[in-house]
Ligand binder design. Structure first.
Ligand code: NCD
Ligand code: ZN
Length: 347
């Protein structure tokens, strides 16, 4: 087995950069390895209009490390008030790459999301016309649906009916956590793709709950049982062009996570590439890492692949990542995969 692997520079197709001091601290962690990222719009208040996206993009460019060529791909947060004209204008000038659908209440800062999909159908029809992809947080929010069943219920009650109504709509089912999601995307043809996070390839629900409650493994969609994790690993390492990396790296301060009601989100930006190399090697699929992290995403989003490369190398001694990242808002815990990491990105 080779101990060096050179791949096209990867992109992150689902990333939370936040704003202000947090943005400043976390952005270099992604910009170090990734060329581009789809930037999630769930700020407070959310990035709803083209003007909001332009302002947020400016703040990101401002916070970017000098000499970094990192390129943020902006998204709009879909609300029941989203205006077709504003959205089309933002898409036409290349300001936004996708639109994000949060069912209201599904996750962190999703209160302004969509309650009634019927109210956004006209926007979705316009997106289908211009080929603008819809990124979905695929979980229903009804309190009577078990949290472990919410992804499957979303596919059946929302996603499939919308896609039947608007077959040309291009959809990314984000952070898939179940075999149901994998099977749905795999059978869905070329108008649908799915992203998979780093952490969902590593943890199942036991990591969160067995032997004590571990808030740093809590995210949404919540990790499911082991059989689902295995389905995610099989899909990610298969080379199937319908699946690609969206880390969902979602930093929160320890103070916000370590509470009686701690918030959802796992911060994986610093060590994601090391963990992925480990996982792909374990699956005997190192040669598929480039497809997952660097090729399949641009193909779906109809963007060129990155010209430059990164090299991963396997060391004799484990690579040590800091346990926390200091930010102006307080420390943020870095995801601990629970095993030593030997792969790292060469400088
Ligand atoms: C994300 C966040 O913190 O913004 N949290 C998470 O657990 N993934 C929101 C999201 O993508 O669901
Ligand atoms: Zn997210």
């Amino acid at each position: 087995m080779s101990d060096r692997l050179t791949i096209r520079r990867p992109d992150d197709w689902h990333l939370h950069l936040r704003d202000g001091e947090m943005l400043k601290a976390v952005l270099p962690e992604t910009a170090r390895h990734f060329a581009r990222a789809i930037i999630m719009p769930n700020l407070v208040p959310p990035v709803v209009t083209g003007a909001d996206a332009a302002d947020y993009r400016d703040r990101i460019m401002w916070a970017k490390p000098k000499n970094s060529k990192f390129q943020p791909l902006m998204t709009l947060y879909l609300t029941e008030e989203t205006e077709v004209k504003d959205l089309r204008a933002a898409a036409e000038i290349g300001l936004v790459t996708a639109v994000k659908l949060y069912p209201a209440g599904a996750t962190t800062n999703s209160q302004s999301g969509v309650r009634d999909v019927a109210k956004v159908m006209r926007v979705l029809e316009n997106m289908a016309q211009i080929g603008l992809p819809l990124c979905v947080h695929g979980e229903v929010t009804s309190p009577e649906i078990d949290i472990f069943d919410r992804e499957a219920a979303f596919i059946e009650t929302i996603l499939e009916p919308v896609r039947r109504e608007i077959p040309e709509l291009r959809v990314v089912m984000e952070h898939i956590t179940t075999k149901d999601g994998i099977d749905y995307v795999a059978a869905g043809g070329d108008t649908i793709a799915g992203t998979i996070t780093t952490h969902h390839l590593v943890i199942n629900r036991n990591h969160i709950l067995a032997g004590g409650i571990r808030p740093h493994y809590y995210c949404l969609p919540v990790a499911k049982r082991e059989s689902h994790r295995l389905a995610l690993r099989a899909a990610a390492t298969s080379g199937n062009p319908s699946f690609f990396l969206g880390t969902d790296s979602a930093p929160h301060t320890d103070a916000a996570k370590l509470q009686p009601c701690g918030c959802a989100g796992i911060f994986t930006a610093p060590n994601t590439m090391s963990i992925l190399a480990h996982v792909f090697e374990e699956e005997g699929a190192l040669e598929k890492l480039e497809a997952f992290a660097s090729l399949n995403g641009p193909a779906f989003y109809r963007l060129p692949v990155n010209e430059d490369t990164i090299t991963l190398e396997k060391r004799a001694e484990p690579v040590i990542y800091p346990e926390t990242l200091k930010t102006g808002e307080g420390p943020v815990t870095v995801f601990d995969p629970g095993f030593p990491l030997y792969w790292s990105v060469a400088a």
